[in-house]
Ligand binder design. Sequence first.
Ligand code: GLN
Length: 557
Amino acid sequence: MPKLKSRSRSTNNSKKQTKYIFVTGGVLSGLGKGITAASIGNILKARGFSVFMQKFDQYLNVDAGTLNPAEHGEVFVTDDGGETDLDLGHYERFIDVNLSRVSSVMTGQIYRSILDKERAGYFLGKTIQVIPHVTDEVKERIKKAARESQADILITEIGGTVGDYEGTHFIEAIRQMVYDVGRENVLYIHVGFVPYLAVSEELKTKPLQNSVHDLQAMGIQPDVVICRSDYPIRNGIISKIALFAGVDPDAVIPLETVSTVYEVPLILERYNLDSFIINKFQLKVTQRKNGSWANLVARIKKPKKNKLRLALVGKYMGMKDTYLSVTEALKSAALFNDCELHIEWVDSEKLPRRGAAEALKNVDAILVPGGFGKRGIEGKILAAQYAREKKIPYLGLCLGLQIAVIEFARNVCKLKDANSMEFNPKAEHQVIYVMPEQEKKLLKREYGGSMRLGAWQCILKPGTKAQAAYGTDKISERHRHRYEVNNKYRKILEAKGMVISGTTPDKQLVEIVEYADHPFFVGVQFHPEFKSRPLTPGPLFREFIKAALARSKPRKK
Ligand code: GLN
């Protein structure tokens, strides 16, 4: 057994001693482990520490880019073009920090890099094994995140639940971390579930005890146990869990289900988890400054002055997580405008049969989010036409811009079969097409990584709604798409009244379109939802909701 000693400064290669928090889960998935991890980040940031976050996923995929959004939810995108798990969106919203590719690690990525090294002869003929090669690679990802972020505290969430066969290399790697960086620089937080048994009318702690034992059997003693539950957890139960888990009762934190996830940091603060962590790490004790977050939660819970109905016209109706960052951005924008938002989920596939007037009646705003593939396209085009003609505020995100351009080309510019190359490669007027440099990759069907990804700068045209919303001439937003507005059609679109209000600095790519004679009709080639934060909603979402409110008021009188 190696002796426990601190070798942190030499292994981290940086002057700063990062503190490492590892968050594991037990009993069930879907407990809100991501929200809990993000909330831990939030409360430590509120104590003045710089925080960076990272998620490990067990899948053998290389990244989340090729995962089906209908099964796994939204693919979140970082500034540097990482296609990641949606938990990164929670992290960014809760800690208000731009994360990067090092924040999202999937098992496939780990194996790929080991196999690439093996082929390159890096291992000098040695056998390659899970321990130490895979675990070393995992640890390197952790240290890289610490090095690159230079954060005071790095929080790494381990996806899945303890005991999963597929997750053992992660658990073993985080166990070894104490030998690499010193026990005093590592904290393990385990999040488990305490179910309620209706027959006996009691909460049962056994599953949680067992999951802690599983963790202990793998060599990890948790420092903190967070108990998720749908019911209040009495002190007696807390002591029982503390005893069985071998942790201090102060470090067993009950976390009952709450009406808004944004309340979780406040609950953790109520149980002084921030102070517990600061003491454990022997960090400088600072004052807690989370007033604006507490205020946010109070505003979320308060009745609102205004009401709004918004249609989200999409095709993944069974899996609302597909549009998670979009709905979070909308909610923040609605809160900013003191407005209770009702989102009507309109299935774009069914829309042509229902007719736009029927499907979109009584809505004050229409949003067409991003998407891939042909299914449901014609319904979205009808929704964009309806919004344009009836002067209903419209926000088109990525595909939503492309839809607006196709609609305008067909119905205003009279380019009859106008379409995107993605949906009809034989169309005469491909107003949306693939960028020439991407075409080769597409033809070879290299889907993973063949997109315009991550942050791109955009220059806004003075006097437009986009420029007014952002209040600046130059912005940066995140992208994830293959197709672009076809420059060949820019002249005719503009001649007929479509305003190109944003382009890349070299003017080669259209980034934003809008109409001057409409209260708010804006389509963007990027995804502003990824940079929207609860306390600072994305400017376009904010103005979109404002315009929708202005429209709804006279109608409701
Ligand atoms: N399918 C479109 C493209 O690839 C839009 C993508 C998106 O909405 N994210 O360009």
